[in-house]
Design a protein around this ligand. Structure first.
Ligand SMILES: NC(=O)c1ccc[n+]([C@@H]2O[C@H](COP(=O)([O-])OP(=O)(O)OC[C@H]3O[C@@H](n4cnc5c(N)ncnc54)[C@H](O)[C@@H]3O)[C@@H](O)[C@H]2O)c1
Length: 559
């Protein structure tokens, strides 16, 4: 029976059959022959996901001083039911990624249809034609329990398989550039021996030309720039590999403005990526305890952070919101901790801060459920059967990326507590983590496994009409700082809801005037790190009592 791959817009693509492989390789050989005749290098990008699809386009868009393209790129994707659809989409000149950066779609369209420097394929035979292979497949980290990264493990299978397939197919002089975020040590201690062994089987004497350079992709408005116009770190397993990787990156990235940092060994480049993201995860996690301190002692952490930020040495202090999602920060430190034992063979526990930071970030969102419960309780409403609207499904503002978002945990925990959840997000059409929760992000990865009562979520649909979403809610959670949420008017919100509601601010979205207005309208307000709301509530209550008694307010109090 024919198998199909479904695109996010619901288009069905039949997976290739055996007979298709031969004709596909013929198509590629013809393309490559004509491209070589134009003096272009052939680059195969393995894995056209969030990183690979855009990196492939950046390379395909590269040109020499005269504006002539210097590379022909083949984006190569395994033909799985989950991912195959990306290939026909790219070959139509369409981006497989939905993003706020218009440059992504324009660049893919330009390279496929106008410059004809980009194509996509499902056959590993493409590797036989490559001068360069860029590896952008995933390397996941599977957590065994919520809030305990140490009990998890790196999932090396996809990556190890990729190295093996590459080694079976490439010519000896092909540069293999690993861009995947890997457990430090992977390039030299896992990839190198796999490729070397396969080379020996193929009677190839030479060493693999292997290098590592990591991506610093920021999904969002500057997607393309975060790849092309940004600093890169790289390193090769030997002099030749280092020379080749420096040459390649200098030809495709804006290295004049953003010079490369070349490190001595790939493990240093791999470690740089893990430290970079662990540092970020740690400075965010560190504010969790101060956020609780603030809530319990009448402090507005948002104002505290803004006060500190003006000091140039502390300008990167940021409020953590309801946990730290995205694909990278929740896992990258785990890859480092795992590598220490499972690649390098150490038994002692040297890592204290990195795993603790990830564990704190992974569970911070659960506190939002407590705040919601308490706010509703203050209004005399039980959480069970309460209608709750979460504003925002993605992991950060103004992007449509929902991977490991704090919102997912909020929705799952509140549902477990008996609430009825609705979700609105202007950037997300389908929340696959719920709609396909048995298989997405992978059968064993769904956060569903840490909560009870999650079955009904297959029917969860993202609301696009905010007014409709608000109708009849008991509680509203500002979960993401999406632009459309920043200026919502309390009067209109309460009117749409049909009466006073509980309002939970997870991201410092509400200013004091808005908080005050919600209280005046009979709402209850709580927020992560926002202990001062109690003060505003008391002021509103005092004022109301004064007005009821019709006594002029004392001057001191008016101030
Ligand atoms: N997404 C980000 O924001 C980001 C930022 C920086 C670094 N990274 C790192 O980049 C790497 C890739 O991340 P991503 O977000 O693009 O992941 P992704 O899951 O979107 O893409 C990986 C792709 O590789 C494909 N693939 C897997 N095995 C394959 C094989 N054997 N042959 C061909 N294709 C194969 C998958 O089907 C998938 O399409 C990860 O290591 C990630 O940590 C990601």
């Amino acid at each position: 029976m024919a198998e199909y791959s479904l695109s996010p817009t619901g288009e069905k693509f039949q997976l290739p059959e055996q007979k298709n492989y031969l004709e596909e390789f013929e198509r590629l050989k013809m393309l490559v022959n004509s491209q070589r005749a134009l003096g272009r290098e052939i680059v195969v990008v393995m894995g056209v996901g969030f990183v690979g699809a855009v990196m492939a386009a950046v390379v395909a868009d590269a040109h020499d001083g005269k504006g002539n393209p210097t590379k022909f790129v083949i984006g190569m994707q395994r033909p799985s039911t989950r991912s195959f659809w990306k290939i026909p989409l790219i070959n139509r000149g369409l981006s497989p990624i939905s993003t706020e950066d218009p440059e992504v779609a324009l660049m893919i369209e330009r390279c496929v249809n106008k410059k004809k420097t980009l194509t996509a394929t499902f056959t590993y035979d493409a590797l036989k034609l490559a001068d360069v292979v860029i590896v952008d497949v995933q390397c996941d980290y599977l957590k065994e329990s919520l809030g305990n990264v140490r009990s998890g493990q790196a999932e090396m299978k996809a990556l190890e398989e990729s190295f093996e397939i590459i080694a079976q197919n490439i010519s000896p002089q092909t540069l293999v550039l690993i861009e995947t975020t890997v457990a430090p040590g992977t390039t030299e201690q896992i990839a190198y021996p796999i490729i070397k062994k396969m080379f020996r089987k193929r009677s190839i004497e030479s060493d693999p030309v292997l290098a590592h350079s990591y991506e610093r992709v920021m999904p969002g408005k500057n997607y393309v720039s975060s790849i092309r116009d940004f600093w890169r770190v790289c390193s090769g397993v030997n002099e030749e590999a280092t020379r080749r990787v420096v040459k390649l990156l200098s030809e495709v990235l804006n290295t004049e403005k953003f010079p490369l940092t070349v490190l001595d060994k790939p493990i240093e480049s791999e470690t740089a990526k893990i430290v970079e993201n662990s540092y970020r995860a740690t400075i965010l996690a560190f504010l969790d305890e101060w956020s609780l301190f603030a809530e319990r002692n009448g402090v507005d952490l948002i104002k505290v952070i803004n006060a500190i930020k003006v000091r140039p040495t502390h300008s990167n202090i940021i409020f953590p919101g309801p946990g730290i999602g995205g694909y990278c920060l929740p896992k990258d430190g785990g890859l480092g901790v795992w590598a220490y034992r499972h690649i390098h063979g150490f038994e002692d526990e040297i890592f204290k801060i990195t795993p603790l930071a990830i564990d704190i970030n992974d569970t911070r969102a659960l506190h939002v459920a407590q705040l919601t419960r308490d706010a509703l309780r203050n209004m005399g409403r039980p959480i069970a059967s309460a209608e709750i609207l979460a504003l925002g499904a993605s992991y950060r503002e103004d992007v449509g990326d929902t991977r490991y978002s704090g919102s997912e945990l909020i929705v799952r925990r509140l549902t477990e507590m008996g609430a009825e959840l609705r979700v609105h997000d202007p950037y997300v059409l389908h929340w696959w983590e719920f709609e396909k929760q048995d298989e997405y992000p992978a059968s064993s990865h769904s956060l569903k496994r840490f909560f009870r009562g999650q079955e009904k979520f297959k029917d969860l649909r993202i609301e696009q009409d905010l007014k409709k979403a608000l109708d009849g809610v008991d509680a509203l959670i500002f979960a993401v700082r999406h632009r459309p949420y920043l200026n919502l008017d309390p009067d209109e919100v309460v009117q749409s809801a049909g009466g006073p509601i509980a309002v939970i601010d997870c991201f410092g979205i509400l200013n004091d005037d808005k908080i005050k207005r919600y209280f005046e309208l009979g709402c209850e307000v709580k927020g992560l790190g926002r202990g001062h709301v109690k003060r505003i509530k008391d002021q509103v209550r005092d004022r109301r009592e004064q007005m009821l008694l019709d006594i002029p307010l004392p001057i001191a109090k008016e101030k």
